[in-house]
Design a binder for this molecule. Structure first.
Ligand code: PEP
Ligand code: MG
Length: 325
């Protein structure tokens, strides 16, 4: 990374007309949380907790999970940390769970589906998160929500974990935000209804694209079809942000699109509040934000939403980004 770019890493991301956005990091281990603040992250927008489960020979205990969540909370020194509950299954296996082989693992027994089927797994994780919440600013989000019943069941387990701890006299923070990932088209289409019940949304474009255009995110043969600038994906993103805002809920993005500076004017124009990405992308996204004018981006986004193909949208964005200031 060039020095010129890295000066932006530790500055707030403010547009030329004074609009500030939040730039946070995706992490997949406790180790990564040690350098997040120095790398310019204003918090953690996605803590993938799978590593705790994958680097183990049996289910991690509540104690082990508590230690990990506490470490991340402490390393972030009061900045927000969004912990995503277990997203196993799909391509990620756990030897000790003996999951059956599936024909379509990405459409199968995965993430919140598995956790609601084995609620003791989720309850243990939620208890650990709650216990760690007194050591920093934690938020929790559920992956792969496809309908309101799943959301309500997950939320009920969250309340159950709180009741248990209260009965045991164990402390936890008040008012912890609980949100969901929007990474399945059915959830995006119902965002207005979800928005009444969640505290926030985080759009997971990696899966949202895969499920919207029916393209396996790992399959090289069809990689050309996998594109977050597909107009249908843009419409879903717009729906989610607007539905969230109508209910006064913030909306973030933690999929790969958030770390692409070419997408920044579009996402800014659509009103995205929080960008979560690999730490290595933070400086370049903050730099991109500094060069943009929010009001212009709003008009640009409206224009892009009328275009019919991803290449047209990309070309228009490139032209916009190349124009002299
Ligand atoms: C996503 O789907 O965009 C996402 C951030 O989650 P993951 O990549 O872990 O599936
Ligand atoms: Mg995902």
């Amino acid at each position: 990374q060039s020095q010129a770019l890295s000066v932006y890493a530790n500055q707030p991301a403010v547009t030329r007309d004074g609009h500030q956005i939040e730039v946070v990091a995706n992490i997949g281990t406790t180790l990564e949380s040690r350098s997040s603040l120095a790398e310019g992250a204003e918090g953690i927008g996605l803590f993938r907790t799978e590593f705790l489960f994958m680097n183990a020979t049996s289910m991690p205990t509540e104690e082990e999970q508590f230690a990990a969540y506490r470490e991340v909370a402490e390393n972030l020194q009061g900045h927000p940390v969004v912990i995503r509950t277990l997203d196993i299954g799909g391509d990620k296996e756990l030897p000790y769970l003996e999951l059956p082989k599936e024909l379509n693992p990405f459409l199968g027994y995965r993430a919140i589906r598995l956790c609601l089927d084995r609620p003791e797994i989720l309850l243990t994780q939620l208890r650990a998160i709650l216990r760690a919440s007194v050591h920093g600013q934690l938020k929790v989000m559920f992956p792969m929500i496809s309908n309101l019943q799943e959301w309500r069941q997950a939320k009920a387990l969250w309340l159950q974990a709180q009741e248990q701890l209260r009965a045991e006299g164990v402390a936890f923070a008040d008012g912890i935000e609980v949100g969901m990932m929007v990474e399945i088209p059915s959830a995006a289409l119902l965002a207005d209804q979800f928005a009444k019940e969640v505290d926030f949304f985080s759009i997971g474009t990696n899966d949202l694209v895969q499920y919207t255009v029916a393209v396996d995110r790992m399959n090289e043969k069809v990689a050309d079809l996998y594109d977050y600038f597909h107009p249908a994906v843009l419409r879903l993103i717009q729906m989610v942000i607007e539905a969230g805002h109508r209910e006064g809920k913030w909306t973030g993005m933690c999929g790969g699109m958030a770390g692409d500076p070419q997408a920044t004017p579009l996402l800014l124009g659509l009103g995205l509040d929080e960008w979560s990405m690999d730490a290595g992308s933070i400086a370049k996204i903050k730099h991109a934000v500094h060069g943009l004018h929010r009001a212009d981006c709003v008009a640009l986004a409206q224009r892009l939403l009328t275009l019919g193909t991803a290449p047209e949208i990309r070309t228009e964005l490139q032209t916009y980004l190349q124009q002299p200031e």
